[in-house]
Design a protein around this ligand. Structure first.
Ligand code: M6R
Length: 605
């Protein structure tokens, strides 16, 4: 989604803004722009990559400016819709959606303002300008404007002859950077590591004023507040590509270390402790009679796997809901439900809203399972577990997913222990399996060469089916999502037993069917399903375990994972599917890290 960078400093901030936008490219965007004060306004905008904006801005020098990458919501990707938007000498960049923009636009048009874009953001620029007519000070005008906005926003505002940047946030991420030479703001910390590690996370409704040497913040009630200064532990290297061709490839191969880091806290543990989830966890988890998991996309798939684990290990009913559905549907709340929000970014608008919806219905046992500390979802929940995947830049989620699975298994085992459902021998066995998980994933990565060869055969296909059973059905869903989002091949996943109830009609020699066939209790059932495919001429690509009795034959291709991994097998079996989609995308020449139409952090509905 949109990215914001703002800077006011002693130094020339143009390179800082451009580098910051480069660091935010991963969020997904279609156009970019910058507004600089010298002390009058210069605005530069371009459609396409930040590199084009960088060439436009090359000769510029400024100490004060705002910059933006836009992911289109209102209005097509074009230069006229690119941010910043201006109103006389005032410029605004915005991330989010202003839901009442049409009403505000009508009011401002009647007051004589002329709109030059199709965006909701231009409304904000004119509204601040208009508010200044009665409320002269820029800071006060921005505050007053925020009181009229309905929706989600992070904004940064500058004005000619004014030495400040004014920023505000509500429902979209924005943090401040405190540097030696100036003050900065950005959508995420990666954009500011070039100038500082000292970050301030704004709370919902905050409005702040940045000058070269100071920051002033008021909360939603216009009360002056101090927000804590955090030292970012993000390593600058973590957001560099290094030896890899793409972030997705890097992130797939980082999975062993991401898992090791996430599981570090159980390194020497003899048992599963609720304290892993926060200080109040022993009490909040112990009283949970059911679990409700809320998430979107890949994180939703992690939740689907967790349902199998939680019900099997802990014997607690578990439901998993797509956050964008749950937030609007009439459901039956149970106060003793543990609500688990899963999100890599911690900023996904629907997931955040779904947690708020659950809380509004009296469900206060909330646990955030996120990869980004201090993100909105983490702050919304009573308990937290932070996965330690490190920054995930590729739009296609990989290491975030496997670390979510590891964390969810910890949760399932912890709940099982609290319920008295976990024997000492099972507990020891699960701890051993978790500790060995990074090595087990490393061994699976060795299949890359074979998978690369398979990928060639997918590149001219238009459709693919993914099949799995039991806790590998969500892995089939995840494999299909990976393939469609980065290779643009239409892919669907089914629980293999469902095939004969409809999708079998699609199977012919042009339909590759990818099947996850671990050596578990459902293998024989699955093999019958695969026979149904083979009998219709479908080409089968089977990911089996070393000891699965699935044989190669004409039309049946088999790759074997090194070992069967019991309950944790989904963590291993998703890895070849990630590699398959990555290599198919390479053959097809798509933009692997920034697939068309998608954004990394979905901060709007
Ligand atoms: O940051 P989140 O985990 O909340 O994001 C949820 C989805 O947008 C995300 O998982 C998306 O489906 C992935 N990019 C797919 O690879």
């Amino acid at each position: 989604m949109c990215g914001i960078v703002a800077a006011v400093a002693e130094r020339n901030i143009v390179p800082v803004l451009i580098e910051g936008l480069r660091k935010l490219e991963y969020r997904g965007y279609d156009s970019a722009g910058v507004a600089l004060l010298n002390p009058t306004l210069t605005r530069l905008r371009s459609v396409g990559r930040v590199a084009e904006l960088a060439s436009l801005a090359e000769a510029q020098v400024a100490h004060h400016g705002i910059a933006h990458t836009r992911w289109a919501t209102h209005g097509v990707p074009s230069e006229r819709n690119a941010h910043p938007h201006v109103s006389e000498g005032l410029a605004v960049v915005h991330n989010g959606i202003i839901e009442n923009y049409a009403e505000l636009k009508a009011e401002l048009t009647a007051a004589g303002y002329v709109f030059t874009s199709d965006t909701d953001t231009e409304v904000v620029a004119h509204l601040i300008q208009h508010t200044q007519k009665t409320n002269n000070d820029l800071f006060d005008a921005v505050f007053a404007t925020t009181q009229r906005l309905i929706g989600a926003y992070a904004i940064a505002v500058i004005q000619e002859w004014d030495d400040r940047i004014v920023v505000a946030r509500q429902g979209a991420p924005l943090l401040l950077g405190v540097g030696e030479e100036g003050r900065y703001a950005a959508s995420d910390a990666s954009a500011l590591l070039q100038v500082t590690r000292q970050m301030i996370y704004l709370e919902e409704g905050d409005v702040a004023e940045l000058k070269r040497g100071s920051v002033r913040i008021v909360d939603r009630n216009h009360v002056a507040v101090e927000r804590a200064l955090h030292e970012s532990s993000l390593s600058a290297d973590a957001v560099e590509l290094g030896e890899y061709a793409h972030y997705m490839q890097k992130e797939i191969f980082e999975q062993p270390q991401a898992l090791a880091a996430t599981l570090e806290m159980i390194g020497g543990a003899q048992s599963f402790s609720p304290n892993l989830f926060g200080t109040d966890a022993p009490e909040l988890l112990a009283g949970a009679k059911s679990v409700l998991i809320l998430a979107c996309g890949t994180s939703f798939h992690a939740g689907l796997v967790a349902r199998y684990w939680i019900e099997q290990l802990a014997g607690i009913p578990c439901s998993v809901e797509i956050a964008s559905e749950y937030r609007y549907r009439v459901s039956v709340p149970h106060p003793d439900t543990l609500v688990v929000a899963i999100s890599q970014s911690g900023e996904t608008a629907d997931t955040l809203a779904s947690v708020k919806h659950a809380k509004a219905q009296g469900m206060m046992r909330t646990l955030a399972l996120c990869n980004v500390p201090e993100s909105a979802i983490v702050r919304e929940c009573a308990l937290r577990f932070l996965t330690r995947a490190g920054p995930e830049i590729g739009v296609a989620s990989t290491k975030a997913f496997t670390t979510q699975l590891a964390a969810l298994f910890l949760l399932a085992a912890t709940l099982a222990k609290q319920q008295g459902h976990l024997s000492a021998s099972d507990e020891a066995e699960h701890l051993t399996a978790l500790r060995h998980l990074p090595v087990a994933v490393q061994n699976v990565l060795a299949l890359e060469d074979d998978i690369r060869a398979w990928a060639q055969r997918f590149s001219d296909k238009h459709h693919a089916l993914f099949l799995g059973r039991g806790h590998h059905f969500p892995i089939a869903l995840e494999g299909a999502l990976k393939l469609k989002e980065i290779s643009y091949i239409h892919a669907e996943a089914y629980a293999a037993g469902e095939l004969k109830h409809g999708p079998l009609a699609l199977v012919d020699e042009d339909m590759p069917v990818v099947s996850i066939a671990p050596n578990d209790a459902l293998l024989e059932k699955l093999k019958s399903n695969l026979k149904e495919v083979a009998a219709r001429g479908g080409e089968l690509y089977v990911f089996a375990d070393a000891d699965s009795h699935v044989d190669e034959e004409p039309g049946v291709h088999v790759l074997r994972l090194p070992e069967h991994y019991g309950l944790l097998s989904p963590v291993l079996h998703v890895v070849p599917l990630q590699l398959l989609s990555y290599h198919v995308a390479l053959v097809k020449g798509t933009d692997v890290d920034k697939p068309r139409n998608l954004a990394k952090s979905v901060t709007v509905e």
